[in-house]
Design a protein around this ligand. Structure first.
Ligand code: BGC
Length: 507
């Protein structure tokens, strides 16, 4: 039955669109899910593989030796630049690739970009699973990174464009949900293959081919988004596709609006230059800062290195991978909480609650390790269980706040003219700071020791202050009324919203 839904997309206020959730949109959601799974599986698998003995012995014998020396310093046994490069090279490649992908997305469409993503990813998987030297491993990781960069640019865009207006927010967080499912599946795979000697790690890396194959095949079944077709001047095809995904012929209002949006987008010849205007400052700062803060919660120290981290604090191989499986499931379930709550309690509430919970847990973990873990002992069983509980509490608060909102808020605060360029900025900032944390964490743990948790704790204090003073609430504010209702009303950001100033200060 067709449902009338409110659109907030028109410059003149709310309009009515007609449309319902069609099977076609559901299939497209599943396609997007596989893009998220690819990204998430990768986040989860690298930490597991880099703590497997067979893998270390073959590629990183120095780390393997150190790990098995009884007297080796607990905090430093995994500190190895090449090992970190294995994890972090993917993010550097994704950072560069996302700029290329944004161009391909505009010129050749979202569908082709997704297909390219899956092909790069598959070649990377083959190189990794068959690797006989570090070069094959790293080149494989770089190709996986290109795949991730392409997919992360195209999939969320694709989802937003096909989603009925009233489901756009929920679909946005669904992408993050799929990322967490990918991480969780990877943790289970890590756990299961760790006892398959000597090639379990090859299986773990090779299984990344499953979500990539799903994306490759899936993106052949689906067609292009109406927006991309209309943007590339295929008006008739765009209109036909819009009718198909909405399940009704009555799509004139939405069609007009897409035409209007494409027209406006065409007028902005250099969206990135437009972003440098004074009036774009608030959204740009928030998009970047949300991503920097998301990474400086320390989440990926846990996501990439959970098994390594748990081994560092004295768990045996199996126990540490099992603990990572537990944190993986907490991550998935807590993301569902966010889907349910985000439009009810608001963004600021979730972010602030999480700051409190994350601060307490980080400080508690740091304190426990400071007192109980010296350079060469193991944590007692009881204490280690407490650490796992605290890590779960930390992960859950991240998963209903900074995880999904780090992506959602930048996607809803930009005006149309700078929205895609601004969002690309957010994506690349995420990749950059993910890279920084991935590359630095094991060395930081070696040098800062338990202090690493206080380091992240200090960031969390800053994040809380930022939310209290500088992050406006965007819940229930129509996306095209953000400037009037949010930025022009905010005690601090309103000083940037004077259009005359744009002329005076523009670069
Ligand atoms: C972050 C990733 C992180 C994941 C954890 C995402 O929002 O961007 O860096 O690993 O959440 O679930």
């Amino acid at each position: 039955m067709p449902a009338m839904v409110m659109s907030n997309a028109g410059p003149g206020g709310a309009k009515k669109f007609e449309g319902r959730i069609t099977i076609y949109v559901v299939i497209c959601g599943i396609i997007a899910a596989t893009g998220g799974l690819m990204f998430g599986y990768d986040i989860g698998i690298s930490g597991g593989v880099t703590s497997m003995d067979d893998f270390l012995e073959e590629f990183f014998p120095v780390v393997y030796e150190r790990k098995h020396k009884a007297k080796e310093d607990n905090y430093c046994k995994f500190d190895n630049q090449n090992l970190q490069l294995f994890t972090s090279s993917l993010y550097l490649a994704a950072l560069v690739a996302s700029f290329v992908a944004s161009k391909i997305c505009t010129k050749h469409g979202r569908r082709l970009t997704m297909q390219a993503a899956s092909v790069f990813f598959l070649v990377g998987v083959i190189l990794n699973a068959a690797a006989v030297n570090i070069a094959m491993l790293i080149i494989g990781r770089i190709l996986l990174g290109v795949g991730v960069g392409f997919a992360n640019q195209a999939v969320p865009l694709f989802l937003s464009e096909i989603a009925p207006v009233h489901l756009r927010g929920a679909l946005n967080i669904l992408f993050q949900l799929d990322v967490t499912i990918g991480i969780f599946v990877a943790n289970i795979v890590n756990y299961l293959v760790s006892n398959i000697h000597p090639w379990g790690w090859r299986l773990a890396l090779g299984l990344a081919g499953v979500p990539a194959t799903m994306l490759c095949l899936g993106s052949m079944v689906i067609a292009e988004t109406p927006t991309s077709l209309i943007e590339r001047e295929m008006l008739m095809e765009g209109l036909a596709m819009l009718k198909k995904i909405r399940g009704t012929d009555n799509v004139d209002t939405e069609y007009e609006e897409i035409l209007h949006a494409c027209e406006m987008a065409r007028q902005v010849k250099q969206p990135f230059k437009n972003l440098m205007k004074r009036s774009s400052r608030p959204q740009l700062v928030i998009a970047i800062v949300m991503q920097v803060f998301q990474q400086f919660t320390g989440i990926n120290a846990i996501m990439f290195y959970a098994p390594v981290l748990f081994q560092t604090i004295g768990f045996k191989n199996d126990a540490s991978l099992l603990s990572a499986v537990i944190t993986g499931i907490v991550n998935v379930l807590s993301t569902v909480v966010s889907v349910v709550l985000v439009d009810k309690v608001g963004r600021r509430f979730l972010l602030l609650e999480a700051c409190g919970q994350m601060l307490i847990t980080q400080v508690a973990i740091g304190g426990i390790l400071l007192v109980n873990l010296k350079a060469t002992n193991d944590l007692g069983h009881g204490v280690a269980v407490w650490v796992v509980v605290l890590v779960c509490l930390f992960v859950s608060s991240f998963a209903w706040s900074w995880g999904p909102l780090g992506w959602l808020i930048p996607s809803e605060t930009f005006p149309l003219a700078t929205r895609t360029a601004g969002y690309a900025f957010a994506v690349s900032s995420n990749m950059l700071f993910t890279f920084v944390i991935a590359q630095a964490f094991l060395s930081m743990m070696c040098h800062l020791r338990a202090g690493i948790f206080f380091f992240f704790g200090a960031w969390i204090v800053m994040m809380g202050l930022f939310v209290i003073f500088l992050l406006p609430e965007t819940k229930n504010v129509p996306i095209d009324e953000m400037t009037e209702k949010v930025w022009k009303q905010h005690w601090f950001w309103k000083r940037f919203m004077d259009e005359e100033d744009d002329k005076k200060y523009s670069v």
